[in-house]
Write a protein that binds this ligand. Structure first.
Ligand code: ADP
Ligand code: MG
Length: 355
């Protein structure tokens, strides 16, 4: 990561609740975003993502902390003095204006000259693959196309930072996947820094250069998609990002004692796993890292088998817990319900996680 581009320093934002209490929407959040980065704010509903985005946009003022863009403090500036632009989930196009007029409007407000406005409208529409749609009204295009217009409108202003608050959540899955690929490409081509909010971990992983995982107003982990997935810092991240078997165990001489009398030798764990000398640990194993083996480490009884097309999900009762294994659809013998199987963690992908 090169020089500092967007610095978020110790941001705190507390809202009063109607009941007389308070919510710490942002609880001392600090992070640096690099120029040209596709940065993701990820977390469940209510964890503070929108509040942070609105604070960067100037639609919300933090109680304390600083926001610095290219060396300039912007957190006390009004929104229109910040070189940022926002795309919201609800696209809010003006219904009585054409697509072209919707995009031009913000530029005209900025007193940009007519020829330049026209040029930027054409360019922005081409960027979102809507060339030729200038004269349509929002009601004459689909929801997905309306979202593209909202994006074009924001891009046309040539912001230094584009803030996107769950912009794809109103689209159906297939359309959303297509837009994810396009947004990623558009970000690369324009070189504009994107700060993208989502609660969808798959969306976060497929687009982000880096992901900040939030919980209750705090950043729990900030890392690349691969590291957030493969090296979650705690059980919360392991569970929120993808799917994980979180298994409570106890340290014994031969390894980690798991439910059902199974012993996992510690040399099966990821090399950077932290293994205490004694006491309880939580072991995280992804379903896709478990295989059915002839003489595997974790024995149990098959409760359910679900064929999903690209995988076979096997639910195995192990002692008093349930472990999910996701097997490749081809080349795998599908175990019968009720049969006894043993599972092996593969690739040393099992790891201990802080609870
Ligand atoms: P997210 O976008 O991650 O879903 P938000 O940033 O919208 O979360 O909200 C974070 C927390 O702050 C939530 O508990 C929410 O209820 C609260 N909150 C957000 N905006 C306001 C507001 N204007 N007044 C009171 N509470 C708010
Ligand atoms: Mg939100």
């Amino acid at each position: 990561m090169s020089e500092k581009f967007l610095e978020i320093r110790n941001i705190v934002k507390v809202y009063p609740t109607p009941e007389g209490g308070e919510v710490r929407a942002l609880d001392d959040v600090s992070l640096d975003i690099a120029a040209g980065e596709f940065f993701i704010l990820l977390g469940p509903s209510g964890c503070g993502k929108t509040t942070l985005l609105r604070s960067i946009a100037g639609l919300e003022y933090p109680d304390s902390g600083e926001i610095v863009l290219l060396g300039d403090r912007i957190d006390d500036k009004p929104p229109y003095e910040r070189p940022v632009n926002t795309v919201f989930q609800s696209y809010a196009l003006f219904p009585h204006m054409t697509v072209g007029e919707n995009i031009a409007f913000g530029l005209e407000m900025e007193k940009i000259e007519k020829d330049e406005v026209a040029k930027r409208v054409v360019e922005a529409l081409a960027q979102v693959k809507l060339s030729g749609y200038e004269n349509r009204l929002p009601s004459q295009i689909s929801g997905g196309q309306q979202q593209r217009v909202a994006l074009a409108r924001a891009l046309a202003k040539k912001p230094k930072v584009l803030l996107l608050d769950e912009p794809l959540s109103a689209l159906d899955l297939k359309l959303r996947r297509g837009m994810q690929v396009e947004l990623k490409r558009l970000q690369r081509e324009t070189g504009i820094t994107f700060v993208f909010v989502t609660h969808d971990q798959e969306e976060a992983m497929s687009m982000g250069d880096r992901i900040a995982v939030f919980s209750e107003g705090k950043i729990i982990q900030l890392d690349t998609p691969v590291n957030v997935y493969r090296r979650p810092v705690n059980a919360y991240v392991a569970d929120f990002i993808g799917e994980t078997n979180l298994i409570e165990g106890t340290i014994v001489a031969s390894g980690i004692s798991l439910p059902g009398g199974n012993i996992l030798p510690t040399n099966q764990l990821a090399e950077d796993s932290v293994v205490p000398n004694s006491g309880k640990v939580t072991v995280a194993i992804r379903p896709e890292d478990l295989v059915i083996a002839n003489d595997g480490i974790i024995g149990g009884t098959v409760r359910d088998v679900i064929f999903t097309g690209d995988s076979v999900r096997v639910y195995v009762t192990v002692g008093d817990i349930e472990v999910i294994a996701s097997l490749a659809s081809y080349g795998t013998a599908i175990p019968a319900q009720g049969s006894h199987v043993t599972l092996n963690p593969e690739n040393r992908a099992a790891r201990t996680v802080a609870s």
